[in-house]
Design a protein around this ligand. Structure first.
Ligand SMILES: *Cc1c(COP(=O)(O)O)cnc(C)c1O
Length: 376
């Protein structure tokens, strides 16, 4: 028997306390009991999002909120700027195409962060752009983007700035209200330490104007309906009752630890992971690494898919491989949510063992020692 260790950038492990809370009796959602929980959640989640804006909660994976940020804001024939530096930036473009929104595509080299200067130039060349879609942590490459600088550029134009913070929130610093971000989308199964199944969307005043005018087809993810219900601490459809009660516990845990302390914890684990893999002789893939997940280059001549498979099947540690063009070329270790020093050290130990089994020249303990040094 081996313990199951989930070290992927989503889903992430769920604290036992939260699992127990979610195992409680399912109460009816149109009751004062559930209404009180939702009211509490609605107020606490704003603190975790560092925003004054309302945060809507959907019963869907994160992509549902991404889709809502397109269908809820835009209209037929509108133009959007897509900052695409990986699988998730690309997804915003695909959603826009599915709904007939014209896109201006800023393709960022994978592993690099987006340049605020290029965003500025594209906005100048296309003054009719209604919305800019960006990503805080591009999970597929382990890159954190400079949302603050991009926000400075977007906020002086008429365009609204939508940021996918699905994996970045609670791991990388993010101050949407101060940084000119109008809409934030997020999901439950990453930094929020919950099972998959909830999506979040915060809506600022500049974006609300677009919501009023938007005519793209929509029903389930209707932001006008969400806003109307939210004002009464209610939801338009049946909410995911058990996930929302779990969220109530998570928000208490995060606020008790303190947002800054949560960020510091992620930064510490991420740094230890980066330095440990360097000590093994490997290279960090991202030029601007996120504290949510570390993407590591697989050494020349070795197959990353084998490494990830051996980690999962033989060591019982689930990490992530590379997607699309990075398949087999990188592996990704998360430091996201309910993870601590010993999870990080364990993952590094597993990587060392598997690499040595694969014939990579390695002195066992080099990475582990480095991580211990940084985490003691
Ligand atoms: C995980 C993730 C998503 C997708 O979320 P789903 O819950 O799988 O729909 C979107 N964007 C980023 C950056 C992510 O990490």
């Amino acid at each position: 028997m081996r313990k199951y260790r989930l070290m992927s950038p989503g889903p992430t492990p769920v604290p036992e306390k939260v699992l127990l809370r979610m195992a409680d009796t399912i109460i009816h959602h149109r009751t004062p009991q559930f209404g009180n929980i939702l009211k509490d959640v609605n107020s606490k989640i704003k603190k975790v999002f560092s925003t004054k804006n309302p945060v809507f909660i959907f019963a869907s994976s994160g992509t549902g909120a991404m889709e809502a940020s397109v269908t809820g804001l835009l209209s037929k024939g509108d133009k959007a700027l897509i900052i695409n530096g990986g699988k998730f930036g690309e997804r915003f473009g695909k959603i826009c195409q599915a709904y007939g929104v014209k896109t201006v595509d800023y393709d960022v080299t994978w592993g690099e962060s987006a340049s605020p200067e290029i965003v500025k130039k594209l906005l100048k060349e296309n003054p009719d752009i209604k919305a800019v879609y960006g990503t805080l942590c591009e999970t597929s490459t382990g890159v954190v983007n400079d949302i603050k600088k991009i926000g400075e550029v977007v906020s002086v134009t008429d365009a609204v700035f939508v940021v996918d913070a699905i994996s970045g929130l609670l791991a990388d610093e993010f101050r949407p209200d101060d940084w000119g971000v109008d809409v934030v989308v997020c999901g439950s199964q990453k930094g929020f330490m919950l099972p998959p199944g909830l999506a979040f969307l915060s809506l600022g005043p500049k974006a609300e104007k677009l919501v009023e005018k938007s005519n793209l087809p929509k029903f389930y993810f209707d932001l006008k309906a969400a806003k109307k219900s939210h004002a009464k601490d209610d939801t338009p459809w049946t909410p995911a009752v058990s996930l929302i009660t779990g969220l109530d516990s998570v928000l208490d845990m995060v606020l008790a630890e303190g947002l800054d302390n949560v960020l510091t914890r992620h930064a510490r684990l991420a740094r230890a992971t980066r330095e440990a893999v360097k000590a093994i002789g490997l290279e960090v893939f991202s030029k601007s690494p996120s504290n949510a997940v570390t993407a590591v280059k697989v050494p020349e001549g070795f197959d990353g898919t084998v490494l990830v498979k051996k980690m999962r099947d033989e060591q019982s540690i689930t990490i992530a491989g590379g997607q699309s063009e990075l398949k087999g070329k990188i592996f990704r270790i998360a430091h996201l949510g309910y993870m601590d020093e010993y999870d990080t050290i364990g993952a590094i130990a597993g990587v060392e063992i598997v690499l040595s089994q694969m014939g990579y020249p390695i002195e066992l303990g080099k990475g582990v020692g480095k991580a211990q040094e940084l985490l003691k």
